[in-house]
Design a binder for this molecule. Structure first.
Ligand code: SAH
Length: 236
């Protein structure tokens, strides 16, 4: 019943977009529903848990205020410090390739806005995320606290080294493009685990690569041509 009322309210909001009775948050909820049906489901993502996470997580809260009206469009957005939040479809696609499960412990390299970490945290047991830009790591910690996430741990540092204390991980996701697969990340992946990452030069063709660890050996599958910000290294 309540659900029906909510649906009706969304519909009314849709017709009278800025009409009375629709809070700003209702409008964002509606925009998220549209985003999921037009950008995510329409392109073949079916995993219910992923679709629900995308409908739930307020993407606008992860970007600067002046961009909130563009929060649910079909592309990446700047988040300051020369970095970007990925296109929603890419977030969904990479998450789907990891086949996340409730009991998973996940490592993310490249926290950025914290949005990908939040999506994962809705689905899996725990998320450990590493960000090389100190200012971003500090901002994200505050943001995730505000939003009530209790299963995400943020560390500022060079993700090339992974997060040894919490290894091994069931899944690893890297959201900055490295020229090669960082070897320590593969080491910190559990047997049978999966890792998804963009690989390629900063200004050339990068591919999303799905890595699996089988009998300690690496299995790679090229998935999709992409464009990510570069994987940078901390100076010695
Ligand atoms: N997952 C992010 C996307 C962030 S863009 C999101 O949902 O918003 C990629 C991020 O990777 C940037 O914030 C960049 O600073 C970070 N990054 C680049 N090289 C890194 C490294 N070696 N270790 C950790 N983070 C790195």
């Amino acid at each position: 019943m309540i659900n029906h009322k909510k649906k009706l309210l969304y519909l009314l909001c849709l017709v009278f977009f800025s009409g009375t009775g629709c809070s700003q948050e209702d409008q964002y909820t509606m925009q998220r529903k549209n985003m999921v049906s037009r950008q995510i489901k329409a392109r073949g993502i079916k995993d219910r848990a992923i679709l629900e996470a995308l409908e739930k997580v307020p993407r606008h809260r992860f970007i600067p205020g002046y961009l909130w009206d563009k929060a649910y469009w079909d592309g990446p957005l700047p988040i300051g410090y020369g970095q970007t939040i990925s296109q929603p479809y890419i977030v969904a696609y990479m998450t789907a390739l990891l086949e996340p499960e409730k009991s998973d412990k996940v490592l993310e390299i490249g926290t950025g806005s914290g949005y990908q970490a939040a999506i994962l945290a809705e689905i899996v047991d725990s998320v450990f995320t590493v960000e090389i830009v100190d200012e971003l790591a500090i901002k994200v910690k505050k943001k995730l606290e505000e939003l009530g996430y209790k299963n995400i741990w943020v560390k500022s540092g060079d993700g090339f080294f992974g997060w040894e204390e919490h290894a091994p991980f069931d899944k690893i996701i890297v959201t900055a493009a490295a020229e090669e697969i960082p070897p320590l990340l593969f080491e910190q992946l559990k047997e049978g685990g999966k890792m998804i990452l963009p690989v390629g030069p900063e200004f050339g063709t990068q591919y999303l690569i799905l890595v699996e660890k089988k009998d300690g050996k690496i299995k790679k599958h090229n998935k999709l041509a992409v464009r990510f910000v570069p994987f940078t290294r901390e100076e010695e």
